[in-house]
Design a binder for this molecule. Sequence first.
Ligand SMILES: *Cc1c(COP(=O)(O)O)cnc(C)c1O
Length: 461
Amino acid sequence: MSKAYVVPPFKIKMVEPLRKISRKARIQKLKEAGYNPFALRSEDVFIDLLTDSGTGAMSHFQWSAMMQGDESYAGSRSYYHLEKVVKDITGYAYVLPAHQGRGAEQIVIPQLVQRPGMFFISNMHFDTTRAHVELAGARALDVVDDDCFDTEKYCPFKGNFDLVKLENLIKDKQPENIAGIIMTVTNNSAGGQPVSLANMCAVKKMADHYGIKTIIDGARYAENAYFISVREETCKTMTIRQIARQMFDCADIFLMSAKKDGLVNIGGLIAIKDDEQLFKACRTYMVPMEGFPTYGGLAGRDLEAMAIGLQEALDKHYLAHRIDEVRYLGDRLRAAGVPIQHPTGGHAVFVDGGKMCPHIPYHQFPAQAVVNELYIEGGIRAVEIGSMMLGRDPDTRAQLKSHLELIRLTIPRRTYTYTHLDFVADCLIAVYQRRHTLKGYTFVYEPEVLRHFTAVLKPLE
Ligand SMILES: *Cc1c(COP(=O)(O)O)cnc(C)c1O
C-alpha cells in the first residue's frame, strides 16, 4: 500500500524556503565537494536526507520553553527540569546532560574499560560508538541477528541480538573481558530496525548471569517503543511510556543523542540506573570534557527544549505519522522495483546499493555511487552506510567489507511532507532505471578515523 494515510498531527507555522540549483550546477558542486556529499553546502541541496540528527522541527512549546532557559553556570533550574523528565521516563537515579550523543559516549565508555584488551558487544555499534570504544582501547563486536542482512525478508524486529552468537562470544572472550553489552535501539546502522522487548529482556538476563553491564544506546528509543507497541503481541495494550520504561528496566546505563528522539537540534544524555560510583566517576570526568555536570556543554535553553522534546517524542500520534512517512517512501520505491531494506525502519529508508549495482565491487563503494547520482538527479542528499563508512580494520588497515552496501534516505522529524517524499521517490526511481551506467569511486584523500565525513573521492573510469 503506497497511500499516505496518517494525517500529520501538527500544522505548519514557520517555513524555510527551499531552492533547487540547476542540474549543471549540481554536477559542478558535487565535483567541488570531492564526490562526498558531506562537503556540499546545504544551500546547494534541495531536499536534505543526510541525517535525522538535529535536523527536525521544534514545536512552539519547545521554542517558548527556550525563553525560560536558566543560564546559570551551576545548579540551573533548567537542569532540574530535564532531570525530572528523564527520571520519569527511565526510572533511573542519575542524569547528566551532554552536548550530543558522542559527548555522552566519550564520558561513559572510558569508565567501563578497566584494562587493555576488553570488548564491547552490541547488536550493532553505531559508528561514533565504535570509535569511542576503540579510542578507549577496547574492541567492538557485533552480534545482530542474520535476518537483518536479508533485505527482502520480512521480520518485525531486524535489530534483534542473535542470542546464541552473543552467548558464544561471551564464553569465547571470557565474561570478565566484556566491558559492556550495548543495545542499539533502534539499530541505526541496519536500517533503523527495532529490537523487541523480549530480545532486550533476554539480553539483560544473560548479562546478569555473566555479571556484565548493559547499556542502551537509545537515540531512537521512542521509535523503538512504537514498533514494539504495534508489532509485539504482548505489548499491544501498553502505552509508549510503559514500553519505554520496560526497555529501560533491561539496562544499567542509557546513552542518548537527543538530536533524534529528543526532538532538539543539539543535545545528549547520560542516565545511570543506580551505580553511584559510576555516576560519580562520570561526573568528575565531565568537567574537563563536556562542562559542569548541570549543563554538560549545553545552554540552559537547550536543556529546556530537550525536556519538552523528550516528552513530545513519546506521543503515539506523533510517532504514528513519523513512522508512516518512512513507510510511505519505502512502499513507493518497492512498488517500482527498487531493492530496499524491508520492512522500513524508524527513521530512514535504506536502499540496497549492493543489489542495485552488482557491477561495482565493495571497495569501489556502490552505495556511494547511487548517493552521488541521486544528488545529480534531484539535488537530494542521502548518505552511504556501507564499506565506505565501515572503513579499515584498526589492526591490519585492510578495507573491511560491509555486510550491506546501503543508501540511507533519512527523514528529519516534522520537516518534510508526503509531497517532498514523492519527489524523492521519483528521483531515485529514475536513478534506478539507469543503474547500469553508474561507476565506482576511489580515494584521493582518506582520513584515518571516521573517514567518510571528510574523504575526497574520484570516480573510476
Ligand atoms: C546519532 C547516534 C549516536 C551519536 O550521537 P551524536 O548526537 O551524533 O553525537 C550514537 N548512537 C546512535 C545509535 C546514534 O544514532
